[in-house]
Design a binder for this molecule. Sequence first.
Ligand SMILES: Cc1cc2nc3c(=O)[nH]c(=O)nc-3n(C[C@H](O)[C@H](O)[C@H](O)COP(=O)(O)OP(=O)(O)OC[C@H]3O[C@@H](n4cnc5c(N)ncnc54)[C@H](O)[C@@H]3O)c2cc1C
Length: 400
Amino acid sequence: MAGRRVLISGAGIAGPALAYWLHEYGMSPVVVERHGGIRPGGQTVDLRGAGRTVAWRMGIEEAVRSASTGEDGVAFVDARDRVKAAFAAAAFGGEGFVAELEILRGELARLLYDRTRRHTEYLFGDRITAVDDREDEVRVSFAHGPARSFDLVVAADGIGSSTRGLVFGAEARVVPLGLYTSYLTIPRAASDGSWARWHNAPGGRVVVLRPDNLGTTRALMSFLCPPRGYERLPADEQKALLRRVFAGVGWEAPRVLDALGGAEEFYCELVGQVHAPRWSRGRVALLGDAGYCASPISGMGTSLALVGAYVLAGELATRTGHRDALRAYERVMRPYVAQAQHLPPFTPRLAHPRSRLGIGVLNALLATAAKPTVQRLAKRVLPAPADRIILPDYHGSAAA
Ligand SMILES: Cc1cc2nc3c(=O)[nH]c(=O)nc-3n(C[C@H](O)[C@H](O)[C@H](O)COP(=O)(O)OP(=O)(O)OC[C@H]3O[C@@H](n4cnc5c(N)ncnc54)[C@H](O)[C@@H]3O)c2cc1C
């Protein structure tokens, strides 16, 4: 399939990673991104298991490691900042709340962009408006640029993918998990050490502060709520909503709310999963969150995006027709995605108690789980992380 022109919608993590591999195999990637550039926002994302192996095969593992936020662990704190339970980064074999290989989402997106920009055409500030899948090519219309033809189109434009909507309609569903979450970057304060701090407030509200490697602090505010379309509101209305929802929350919540007004790197989403009965139709395929978002709760979104990009490009490079390649991509990836989408029972309610009593019970359970003896036992009795996949070796490189 050398020389094939592949249009990728979305320059998040999955899109540039796919561009990297397509170029490796002699194909010609074009990436269209709705925003005017690479989006810098978000918190730390984890690279686990096969995701780490793919990062290594892409030659970016060291760069990721050196851009690591270096968090020492996570502490659960009460309104007076007293630690109720604490997990060091090494807890649960480096695969717990803080993973062994972590990087700010925006830093990873920037790194992937830098690795691909010389051999990839990036169209910033544009988006696909129509896809006409003809037998021998796909004709694509854009909001701003002229229509163009491609051999394949890949939707890698995140959980709310409009490209997926254009091609798959209601067939692919976003399954909400009953939680809204928002991310913003705030100035560093003296109370921000090297640990992430997590505070539960009554009403199913959570505030998390995480130190980053750029001299700022990453704040997260999440709250239990059925889907109400808040993710589609303009940013200033989302900020006003957060001020209402988090009014009266103590600890460092007022500091985060104060920073909201000036926060440029702000992102608010309905936490959910994407369930699609198939990941391709004709010459259009789904990749990453657009096809199989597992939610930030899974901690697997970035690994799924990197592994998906690796497998999709590898199958396109080693099969003669795109139909066979897209079928094989889905065959390899489905079981891996199913494991990632299988969340623990009562997620996310367990981590977002509504009452003071519930918060007390949660903190007591966490304090028990944090004990070294319990962790040693857990290591022996808990099953291995459910992120197993045999990575095909498209390159002749060593298997994972
Ligand atoms: C700003 C931001 C912050 C995030 N922060 C976190 C976080 O803190 N923790 C976490 O676990 N996950 C976070 N995520 C999600 C995480 O990046 C993904 O779960 C995972 O990395 C898979 O990446 P992806 O490339 O499939 O999707 P995404 O990273 O969501 O990237 C999708 C890209 O497509 C672009 N896009 C959207 N619609 C269109 C369109 N119509 N046309 C063209 N481009 C479009 C978006 O601007 C974005 O650049 C964040 C996502 C974003 C966009």
